[in-house]
Design a protein around this ligand. Structure first.
Ligand code: TMP
Length: 211
């Protein structure tokens, strides 16, 4: 099973990854937890380029190609071998992030992005995607609190520095994707306390696994 989590900055994906894996491991599923960008050693280097706040000049197409390069490495080295071995992969962001950040928010043609994705997916696709949805003002303020308290490194804050409008486009892009693929997406209200978000996710996951 391949599970992905999506959402704007500060939506709490990292916390919920752990909740999902505890639940699944508890019911006998071997889980691999991973993320994009940066799910492999090579990907970690690509991540550092992508998230460095000093890289304000990074060209939108160069950005898209770097995310795609990270995904090619990640799918071939990590995700596909784990799925082939019968493991459950839980991934913090996947191709939906590219469609909304580089497509809906940066304005690159969605067809171009989908074609690039297709080249690097090796037929891998998420079975279920949790969209942790909340207003960008709330998400960004949480994300900045985390950076200020040292929970997240300032050297990875390039996207947090984007304008509120950018994050609003990301949120709307996600909601559109979820509306277009209701069988795959589960929209979760991420403005609730983390405990309640976790309960909502597990309840949806249980239902999904029973069908
Ligand atoms: P995160 O690992 O803390 O979620 O940060 C990753 C950042 O990269 C986040 O701001 C979203 C962005 N991103 C894209 O713009 N496109 C992508 O394809 C992916 C995977 C992430």
């Amino acid at each position: 099973m391949f599970i992905t989590l999506e959402g704007i900055e500060g939506s709490g994906k990292t916390t919920q990854m752990a909740t999902i894996s505890r639940f699944l491991e508890g019911s006998g599923h071997a889980c691999v937890l991973t993320k994009e960008p940066g799910g492999t050693p090579i990907g970690e280097k690509i991540r550092a380029i992508l998230l460095d706040p000093e890289h304000r000049q990074l060209d939108a197409m160069a950005e898209l190609l770097l995310y795609t390069a990270d995904r090619a490495q990640h799918v071939s080295q990590q995700i596909k071998p784990a799925l082939d071995a019968g493991k459950t992969v839980i991934c913090d962001r996947f191709y939906d992030s590219t469609i909304v950040y580089q497509g809906a928010a940066r304005g690159i043609n969605a067809g171009v992005i989908r074609e690039l994705n297709r080249l690097v997916l090796y037929n891998v696709a998420p079975d279920i995607t949790f969209l942790l949805d909340l207003p960008p003002e709330v998400g960004l303020s949480r994300a900045w609190n985390e950076i200020r308290s040292g929970g997240r490194d300032d050297s990875e804050s390039r996207f947090e520095r984007e304008k509120l409008l950018f994050h609003e486009k990301v949120r709307q892009g996600y909601l559109q994707l979820a509306a277009a693929e209701p069988q795959r997406f589960r929209i979760i209200d991420a403005s609730m306390p983390a405990r309640d978000v976790g309960k909502a996710i597990i309840s949806e996951l249980q239902q999904f696994m029973e069908t």
